[in-house]
Write a protein that binds this ligand. Structure first.
Ligand code: MLT
Length: 317
């Protein structure tokens, strides 16, 4: 019987679907993956969320054939090593898109209307109505960098606010961007012209510090930058320096080096800082679990490799 490890908090839909299809499933979100791997060396497949799948983990599982990231990005899996070992890697692009797009909407509205601070001070007995003068999202110019599943979903969520939408994506043809209501624009012009700029690109070397001091210097006073993609896409030290020099820009993010929030630049420079909550909805978790299990069954039963990722950069964020 094929043994699958799910060392993460994932909807039961995955384990149930796999068990019905005849797999042996061990789901344990409390024991570290290396410990589980050592106890189950006959594992053929893994479904992970943010657990790191390192060369050591793969070496400890000689029967491993498939690793599925229940999510869009797969930068926690050493894909180069996986290829060397003939281990296929899949993600579940699209399962999280709605959840992340809704998180971005919530962040913009919470920031524009000072909801987090106003809740805190009102609970403390203050009535600071005058202090919390807000802004409206309606008719703002919004720049979306990365028009994959999440970026395109966000376009739909924003449209009720009658925005001007500018977008940048290497992979999306100009006409397709125009068809969804987005004007293709250079990154430089997006930074110069937008009230809100939101990043939906993969992490990794190709996007490391993509938002640098030069782009930050182009931002208009009062503009807001949102990073719910990956830590490292924004040069946060450059951002902190620009803010310290008096630039009035907002920074809303849900990414930071895990375990170091509070110490690293994000905490000091962010106006809203969340623990990568984007995909954290019951609906997205269920969708990702269901897709991961179905992809696995199709892979082992029918040899379906159509969901195997073939680049280092995740497409579909
Ligand atoms: C993803 O890559 O799926 C998103 O960033 C959400 C997540 O990692 O939880």
């Amino acid at each position: 019987m094929n043994k699958v490890l799910i060392p993460t908090k994932l909807s039961d839909v995955a384990a149930n679907t796999l068990k019905t299809a005849g797999y042996e499933v061990i789901q344990d979100a409390d024991t570290p993956l290396d410990v589980q791997a050592a106890s189950h060396p006959d594992t053929v497949a893994l479904i992970v969320r943010s657990e790191k799948v390192t060369p050591e983990i793969m070496d400890s599982l000689p029967s491993l054939k498939l690793v599925i990231r229940a999510g869009a990005g797969y930068d926690n899996i050493d894909i180069v090593y996986a290829r060397k070992k003939n281990v296929d890697v899949m993600n579940t692009p699209g399962a999280n898109s709605n959840a992340v797009a809704e998180e971005v909407m919530a962040m913009i509205l919470a920031y524009y209307r000072h909801l987090v601070q106003a809740d805190t001070t009102t609970r403390a007995g203050l009535w600071e109505k005058k202090k919390y003068m807000g802004s409206e999202l309606t008719k703002k110019t919004v720049g979306i960098i990365g028009l994959g599943n999440i970026g395109r979903n966000l376009v739909k969520r924003l449209q009720g606010f009658e925005p001007t939408l500018l977008g940048y994506d290497h992979f999306l043809a100009r006409q397709r961007a125009l068809n969804i209501g987005v004007t293709p624009t250079s990154i430089e012009d997006i930074f110069s012209q937008c009230d809100i700029i939101t990043l939906h690109v993969p992490g990794g070397p190709s996007t490391h510090h993509m938002v640098n001091a030069e782009l930050i210097s182009r931002m208009k006073d009062g503009a807001v930058l949102i990073n719910c993609s990956r830590y490292g896409v924004v040069d946060e030290e450059a951002l902190a320096a620009a803010k310290a020099a008096g630039k009035t820009i907002g920074y809303l993010t849900d990414v930071h080096p895990k375990d170091a929030a509070g110490e690293k630049p994000s905490a000091a420079v962010a106006d809203l800082l969340l623990p990568h909550l984007g995909a954290n909805t019951r609906e997205a978790n269920t969708k990702a679990a269901k897709r991961a299990a179905e992809q696995m069954v199709a892979y082992f039963s029918d040899g379906d490799t159509s969901c195997v990722v073939n680049g280092e950069s995740p497409n579909g964020l």
